[in-house]
Design a protein around this ligand. Structure first.
Ligand code: FAD
Length: 320
């Protein structure tokens, strides 16, 4: 017979009920997620009311591709999951003047297949196949990726590179935060716990703009050990407005603004290795990398140089 036990989390604030099952060979092991209540929300107001009632004991459930894994690993134990998958107000990819507006509940696969994204946001189109595997992209959402802010995730880096804005909504109203001010650190953002990522407004990329997206992973589909989302204007042979956003190197996407500024005005002709060397020199001074489980900080700095070289070589070759 299954039995129930209680467990007090570190800090003692929350009591979690662990259910045990008998396995003939393993003895008693916990079943997957701790018990939780579940509500499939039918309106944003209902979500706001539930968050107001339950506060930090409630979690928003979008694609579930990160949240359910955290519950199954027992890294989180909320009392209530508020499923937002029925909320049409958070769905869709639409043109709005000089921008594309992507609803927070838009799934990765929809971005990957969108003609609007392919035409106006080629950097995002290029990034999408790098996110995990098709099964995960079928469910995962842009709102979930941005709210979670995994430092190795692709979409946070892309929205920083493209200077997007993130629309947050809560019972108190709505506000907009620039992507470049949204990501504060490891899983830490400008979003308050009661706010939903409702939409992301991304300026359309001018046709003249070139882009580069690449990442280095242990295996295809894994989170990146290091990645780079980059864009540039090239007039004749001269670069301007070089935007380099690295991910997987530290707690959040890093916009290497000084390096981009230093490279502006450089001509992509002649000895490309010399230009790459000059850009590397500024990058080495600017970039602060952090070790993770897979790579040392030194290795990450090396990978950042490799990616920068690839980007500049691609820009010089006129490919994008
Ligand atoms: C094996 C595996 C490999 C993966 N590899 C990658 C990868 O390479 N790159 C990558 O970027 N991701 C990867 N992911 C994560 C995947 O992209 C997730 O889909 C994404 O991180 C979270 O989106 P979600 O919709 O599934 O969010 P959920 O798992 O539902 O939620 C994640 C968190 O965000 C909160 N949340 C969700 N939506 C909102 C919202 N609209 N407003 C406010 N809060 C919200 C939830 O409360 C929760 O705390 C991987 C996942 C798995 C399981």
């Amino acid at each position: 017979m299954p039995s129930m036990v209680s467990w007090r989390l570190r800090g003692g604030a929350q009591r979690v009920r662990y259910r045990y099952v008998h396995q003939p060979n393993w003895g008693k092991i916990p079943v997957k997620a701790p018990p939780f209540a579940y509500v499939r929300a039918t309106s944003l107001d209902q979500v706001f009311d539930l968050k107001a009632q339950h506060g930090d004991d409630a979690r928003i459930l979008a694609g579930g591709q990160s949240l359910m894994a955290m519950l199954n690993l027992r890294l989180d134990a909320p009392e209530l999951l508020i499923d937002i998958n029925g909320l049409d107000a958070l769905k869709g990819i639409d043109e709005d003047g000089d921008a594309v507006v992507i609803g927070g509940l838009t799934r990765h696969v929809e971005l990957e297949r969108s003609a609007l994204v392919a035409t106006h946001l080629p950097l995002i189109a290029e990034a999408m196949p790098n996110i995990a595997h098709p099964a995960i992209r079928n469910r995962g959402t842009i709102g979930g990726s941005i709210a979670l802010a995994d430092p190795a995730a692709e979409l946070p880096a892309c929205v920083v590179a493209l200077d997007a804005e993130i629309k947050l909504v809560s019972g108190a109203g709505e506000r907009t935060v620039k992507a470049r001010e949204f990501f504060h650190g490891l899983y830490d953002t400008a979003r308050n716990d009661d706010e939903l990522v409702a939409a992301v407004r991304v300026p359309k990329s001018p046709v003249s703009r070139r882009y580069f997206f690449s990442e280095i992973t242990p295996r295809r589909g894994d989170f990146a050990s290091a990645g780079l989302a980059a864009t540039v204007e090239i007039d004749g042979d001269t670069m301007s407005d070089l935007t380099l956003v690295f991910f997987g190197l530290a707690g959040r996407p890093i916009l290497a603004a000084r390096t981009g500024d230093a490279a502006s005005g450089a001509a992509l002709t002649g000895d490309i290795d010399q230009i790459i060397g000059q850009v590397h020199a500024v990058l080495d001074e600017e970039l602060e990398t952090q070790a993770d489980l897979h790579s040392s900080a030194k290795m990450k700095s090396h990978l950042a140089r490799v990616l920068t070289k690839r980007a500049l070589t691609q820009f010089a070759a006129g490919r994008s």
